[in-house]
Design a protein around this ligand. Structure first.
Ligand code: ATP
Ligand code: LTN
Length: 343
């Protein structure tokens, strides 16, 4: 490389579905890492609306959720000098590479995906969409189009990321180096926040129960109420543990840790001899205080009605340039005839 060639920062790509209100699981598992990593990478943060429609969505709620996700990305501290924020469906290369990769994915690989099994089990077997089944090949397209080096996600996405890596390796060995092989990045605390009403199941934004999740835009009193109602156990010890019988307490401690960044020892010392009521009050306060500046910034950003759409329009234009370069290389490698009328 000549001295005048600027070195490109390594890339990040990640995304969240606009499939409901974002939870503190989305914040701690994904968004918080996105903000922390952004200045060392060229970041692409996507709102994956095409993934959201793998299960039924109301059109108006989908539109609202898409803008809300974008505003929350910014409210958390994502900066446009480091990151491109865009909507997946605005960049048609995602759909096209998703199809192509689907043709390179053995069904045996998809059959092993636990997220598909979990989500399919919640619906009538005959009405489960083909899109839900091929979901991981679209996610692989999202990542590989941007030649991403790093993908910060929660623990539930490990399997999808492995499939992405396997697909990229398979394609590269068949057609020559085309895709960067991405690495996953998983937070130390908060990679798997559990439901408040059922600490054995992952907290999820599309769970309908009222006391399941704390949403990032919940009012302080609502947050307190939800956390005070969180399921614990009939014992009394407050310590981090893998014991499923104490999963509720472990989850509250994990939330506390992810919001405060305190060490395990410091947190256990703080709560030694205290009751579950004290623990819950303390957790509620760190969550309320942690979300307060984000909620404030969200209100400011959404007061200007055109701002988010403008950010998304600029983001799509930037994302398309990168995505189309990869897609063109892929088309060529697999033997698609160039369309001479295409710019
Ligand atoms: P849905 O319930 O609609 O499937 P979700 O709440 O699981 O959605 P996704 O859009 O699938 O959210 O996930 C976006 C990001 O948030 C991913 O990186 C995912 O790993 C992370 N994430 C989601 N839930 C949690 C959780 N409970 N703990 C940690 N990270 C999470
Ligand atoms: N499948 C992810 C969302 C997602 C994603 C991505 C995450 C879609 N495309 C690309 C990282 C990179 C989920 O969290 N359910």
């Amino acid at each position: 490389m000549s001295e005048t060639t600027p070195t490109r920062l390594p890339r990040i790509l990640s995304g969240i579905q606009p499939s409901g209100q974002l939870t503190i699981g989305n914040y701690l598992g994904a968004l918080k890492q996105w903000v922390q990593l952004q200045s060392d990478y060229d970041c692409y943060y996507c709102i994956v609306d095409m993934h959201a429609i793998t299960v039924p969505q109301d059109p108006n709620e989908l539109r609202e959720g898409t803008r809300r996700n974008a505003a929350l990305y910014l409210a958390c501290g994502i900066q446009l000098e480091h990151a491109t924020i865009f909507v997946q469906s605005h960049v048609s290369a995602h759909a096209e590479l998703g199809w192509i990769l689907g043709c390179f994915t053995p069904m045996g690989w998809l059959n092993r995906m636990t997220q598909f099994k979990d989500k399919a089990a919640k619906q009538q077997a005959e009405s489960v969409s083909a899109g839900l089944y091929t979901y991981p090949t679209l996610m692989a397209a999202d990542i590989l189009l941007y030649q991403a080096n790093l993908v910060p996600v929660g623990d539930d996405q490990r399997q999808h990321l492995e499939l992405t890596r396997d697909l990229a390796q398979r394609f590269n060995s068949q057609y020559g180096e085309t895709f960067t092989i991405p690495e996953g990045f998983f937070p130390k605390a908060g990679a798997r926040i559990m439901g408040l009403d059922n600490p054995l199941a992952k907290m999820s934004k599309s769970d309908p129960s009222e006391y399941h999740a704390v949403y990032m835009l919940d009012e302080p009193d609502r947050i307190r109420k939800k956390i005070m109602r969180a399921v614990t156990d009939s014992g009394s010890g407050i310590y981090f543990t893998d014991d499923p019988a104490k999963a509720g307490v472990n989850n509250l401690l994990t939330i506390y840790q992810a919001f405060t960044d305190e060490t395990t020892e410091a947190i256990e010392a703080r709560f030694a001899g205290k009751g579950y009521g004290d623990l819950k009050k303390a957790v509620a306060e760190v969550v309320v205080e942690g979300l307060r500046p984000i909620q404030q910034r969200y209100r400011e950003l959404t007061a200007d009605s055109g701002l988010i759409d403008e950010v998304l329009a600029q983001g799509a234009a930037k994302a398309r340039l990168v995505a189309n370069a990869t897609l063109n290389a892929v088309r060529d490698r697999i033997g698609f005839l160039p369309a001479l009328d295409r710019a």
